[in-house]
Design a protein. Structure first.
Length: 384
């Protein structure tokens, strides 16, 4: 008898560790599963407050709510009673979070067992290819499979919605649309003509040093930064609280504080800027689909483990120059040298037109790997 069947339901468990990255990825995945593949998704999230920042419709005190056709459940603890009927066809734990024991027990009682996946973090490291789709036997005859996003055909690829390419190209070819989008944040025509930079980073990024260099730059620079990001450096520059809507100009630099925007608008921000500073995993991937030069601030780990991951990416990334690598390492404090930010910025800025052209090639390479959501569902079909 053939047990292969189309999966119609999926449960995704998300523990929010890195404020907006984790929920950002899970929300993106949930929406794509539902909109493009018609799958009924239940998203279990422990932190609804972070979720609300990127998805304003979220009510932070609801145990269970529907956003579109995605069911969002507040994952409070490891207790809870579940029966086999509560279990979805596919169960995904994001970043190896522990799903409730009673849910696992119910998975074992369900016939057939669900496809159980551990969706791992994105890394360019070599070993990922060897671990991608490996089974890991669990108690009660259950099997869990590792699923790794990545940058090669031997991984699960990167998250990308099917209409994204078309939307981006239409937007980037429409100067009026880009102006209209940025003008809602107060960006003036003069600022539109300047070098536009979006800034998203962790608190330890050397933002003040860069602001000093930008103020003394030979050409006008407009830096757009979401509220709460690099708060110390931004407040120091503004001379006031960094609330959404505040702005200040000094020398060649204008800094504007933006409200946190829903995901589709964040994409447009990346598409409309000339250079994007991104962080973690979600915005890092979106920057690669934007076809623009970007600098990645990697999530800091103990014993500088993140520097290994950063180097692995810089070695694999083809839209790069020596100056981009040097700038990235310095931005992530992964270099032993004293950093001369003025010299480094001048070299990197001179490379930007060349990097922008190479970004398109990299982008095409990434498209060839397919998209993570489709790849994940294809894999689930093979193991059910």
């Amino acid at each position: 008898m053939n047990h292969h069947k189309t999966h119609t339901s999926l449960a995704l468990f998300c523990k929010v560790v890195d404020n907006f990255g984790d929920i950002g990825i899970c929300w993106r995945l949930a929406r794509q599963l539902e909109q493009e593949h018609g799958i009924a998704v239940t998203l279990w999230v422990d932190d609804l407050r972070s979720f609300q920042r990127i998805c304003p419709e979220i009510s932070i005190d609801s145990e269970i709510q529907q956003i579109g056709t995605v069911t969002v459940r507040h994952w409070r603890d490891q207790d809870g009673l579940f029966t086999a009927n509560d279990v979805a066809d596919i169960v995904i734990e994001f970043f190896a979070c522990d799903i409730p024991p009673a849910y696992i027990a119910a998975m074992a009682e369900r016939t057939p067992h669900p496809v159980w996946l551990n969706l791992e973090g994105l890394s360019a490291e070599e070993w990922v290819e060897g671990c991608h789709t490996l089974p890991s036997p669990q108690a009660r005859s259950l099997k869990k499979y590792f699923f790794f996003p990545g940058f090669t055909g031997k991984t699960g690829g990167l998250l990308r919605e099917s209409g994204l390419e078309q939307q981006r190209q239409a937007f980037q070819q429409d100067a009026a649309a880009m102006s209209a989008f940025l003008s809602q944040f107060g960006v003036t025509p003069a600022e539109m003509a300047s070098l536009k930079v979006s800034l998203f980073c962790y608190p330890q990024a050397p933002v003040s040093a860069l602001f000093d260099v930008w103020q003394n730059s030979g050409k006008a620079i407009t830096c757009l930064v979401p509220e709460g990001v690099a708060a110390e450096a931004v407040e120091k520059f503004l001379g006031q609280a960094a609330k959404a809507g505040t702005t200040s100009s000094r020398g060649a630099l204008t800094v504007r504080v933006l409200p946190f925007v829903p995901q589709p608008d964040y994409d447009k921000l990346l598409w409309a800027c000339d250079l994007n500073f991104v962080r973690g995993e979600d915005s890092f991937v979106r920057a690669q689909w934007a076809d623009k030069p970007f600098i990645w601030h990697i999530y800091p780990q103990d014993e500088d483990l993140h520097h290994v991951k950063l180097n692995a990416f810089l070695q694999r990334y083809t839209a790069t120059t020596t100056n981009l690598s040097e700038f990235s390492l310095s931005w992530n404090e992964a270099t032993k040298k004293m950093v001369d930010w003025a010299a480094l910025w001048a070299l990197f800025e001179a490379d930007m037109p060349k990097i922008a052209i190479m970004s398109t090639d990299w982008h095409c390479q990434m498209l060839e790997n397919g998209d993570l959501t489709s790849n994940l569902l294809k894999f689930a079909e093979t193991v059910s």
